[in-house]
Design a protein around this ligand. Structure first.
Ligand code: GSH
Length: 191
């Protein structure tokens, strides 16, 4: 197979690319960065040790953003607007802050306490979700495109890891539920 995607079945960043490639042939090679043997293998593939990594006919590409850019160029996907890049930046901010809190918890750190590092993440998550909710109300995530894909991946992963409750974000819930039956969305649910 000439296109190989490295990543886990749970990662929201990897799932973005899996959804972007929903009608394209590729091989998914599973990586578990928490297991020493696969972590060592993954380290040989990328110095930043973060997933996803795409190997496209020998061209190795790090980071979901660069992969998205590469795929949009090579597959002729529509360009994104600055507003859409902003939406992705805000979704990324929530994902990244949740990852920091999750890793803190897994490292037995007091993530619920009033410590600068954790307070900054919680504040960012709160403000970003409020911004995304407002943005969803304008219809920004009504269509199937990359920002909607990123939102779906954040939403399902945060619920899968029991990190967020979206009950107070009805517009985000509605945006995600609109695509809940899409075969690629069903097939790539985090496990
Ligand atoms: N900015 C990166 C973020 C990727 C990322 O944080 N991936 C996580 C998995 S969800 C990871 O590989 N973490 C491993 C680590 O931090 O060591 C992207 O968009 O691809």
């Amino acid at each position: 197979m000439s296109r190989v995607l490295y990543g886990s079945l749970a990662s929201p960043f990897v799932r973005r690319i899996r959804l972007l490639l929903e009608n394209i042939d590729y091989e998914l090679r599973e990586v578990d960065v928490l297991k020493p043997d696969t972590r060592a293998l993954f380290a040989a593939i990328t110095p930043i040790r973060k997933m996803p990594v795409l190997d496209d006919h020998g061209q190795r590409i790090f980071d979901s953003h660069t992969i998205q850019l590469h795929l949009s160029r090579t597959l002729g996907l529509p360009d994104l607007s600055i507003d859409q890049y902003n939406q992705i930046s805000v979704i990324d901010a929530v994902c990244d802050s949740l990852v920091v809190l999750l890793m803190g918890k897994r490292s037995d750190l007091p993530v619920q306490e009033d410590r600068l590092m954790f307070t900054l993440q919680r504040e960012r998550i709160t403000d970003s979700l409020a911004w995304l909710e407002e943005t969803a109300r304008t219809g920004a995530f009504d269509d199937w495109h990359y920002p909607t894909i990123c939102l779906i991946c954040l939403y399902d992963w945060a619920r899968f890891r029991q990190l967020l409750d979206f009950n107070t974000y009805p517009a985000l819930q509605a945006a995600v539920n609109r695509f809940a039956e899409r075969p690629s969305v069903v097939a790539t649910q985090p496990v």
